[in-house]
Design a protein around this ligand. Structure first.
Ligand code: SER
Length: 322
């Protein structure tokens, strides 16, 4: 039987590009995009699109049955900064949606699940450099608490019910098609847009705040590679550390200046500084590299070139998400 894929949260930053790539790989009609609201023109018109609230089990089942869905990618979530402002809403969305999807796999509606975790599972007591796959994990954010709980639910459903659930701890993801919203790593996307549109940027993190980051194309490749890997290659059922590049606001600004010499940056750290300070600086992702051959392609230089090439200073059609 061929794969039929449903993406929940397809209009979001990662969901948009993941859907388009999956449609390329599996065929447009085999990849059903869904979100609580409509997404970009391209997303809605290149294949099936359904309005779904990821916390509505009945509606998810209806769509799963309608299309004969075999795999779900659950990309709907509230990110770190927004979650601090709405803790219980964040917990409800991030947890309820996961438990619904895991139950659907347990009940054999679907065969495979993808769920993203984050570097936010680590906290101030975790090693900051080359943060290992397994280490002290005491997250201090609402988002991090929901992600570490989610990871353990995934592991539990795998061990207890044989659910084939796979997960990655994404670093900050940088993209030009759809902007992120409500995250702590969002500055690394905003800076490119402001550089192109206004020539200056005020950063909400301090200049020397180093965080793990990744270009969207690498994140999508990692996700699809993990989901296509043979089952016996997947040794981690909580979530895999995933790394690519790490930089500070001043380093990304220097790279941008190579293309836009007049670009200026200033710093006005806000509450997100504390969140960033609790996260790792560089991730050790050797398990992913070993188990299913993960390898990133983009560094700060090639990513910057790609971002500035694709961002139009006028008539930008980029969709801004919550
Ligand atoms: N990019 C996310 C955030 O900043 C981390 O997973 O919230």
């Amino acid at each position: 039987m061929s794969d039929k894929i449903l993406i929940l949260g397809a209009s979001g930053q990662i969901g948009t590009e993941l859907t388009l790539k999956l449609r390329e790989v599996y065929g447009n009609e085999n990849v059903i995009a869904s979100d609580i609201r409509e997404g970009s023109e391209e997303l809605v018109h290149s294949g099936p699109f359904e309005i779904i609230n990821a916390m509505d089990r009945g509606r998810i089942v209806e769509v799963v049955e309608k299309y004969g869905v075999t795999q779900i990618y659950l990309m709907a979530a509230m990110l770190s900064a927004t979650s601090e402002k709405m803790p219980s809403k964040a917990w409800d969305l991030n947890m309820q949606s996961l438990l619904i999807v895991l139950d659907l796999a347990k009940e054999k509606y679907i065969q495979r699940v993808y769920w993203p975790s984050s570097i936010a599972v680590f906290g101030a007591t975790s090693p900051k450099v080359d943060t290992p796959q397994q280490t002290i994990m005491e997250p201090s954010t609402v988002y991090g608490i929901s992600k570490i709980a989610g990871e353990h639910w995934c592991n539990y459903y795998h061990n207890k019910y044989g659910v084939d659930v796979r997960s990655l701890r994404y670093p900050g993801i940088i993209s030009w098609k759809t902007k992120p919203g409500g995250g702590t790593t969002d500055y690394a996307v905003d800076i490119y847009f402001k550089a192109k549109e206004e020539g200056n940027y005020t950063c909400f993190l301090k200049e020397d705040t180093r965080l793990p980051m990744m270009f969207m194309e690498d994140a999508i490749d990692a996700t699809i590679q993990l989901m296509q890997a043979e089952e016996d290659k997947i040794k981690v059922r909580t979530s895999y550390n995933l790394g690519a590049i790490s930089f500070t606001p001043s380093e990304i600004a220097e790279e941008i200046k190579k293309h836009i010499p007049d670009f200026t940056i200033s710093y006005a750290p806000d509450f997100r500084q504390e969140i960033a300070d609790s996260w790792p600086q560089i991730i050790d992702d050797s398990n992913a590299r070993l188990d299913w051959n993960w390898n990133h392609s983009f560094d700060l230089k090639t990513m910057t070139k790609e971002m500035l090439k694709n961002i139009q200073s006028e008539n930008n059609e980029v969709v801004k998400v919550l």
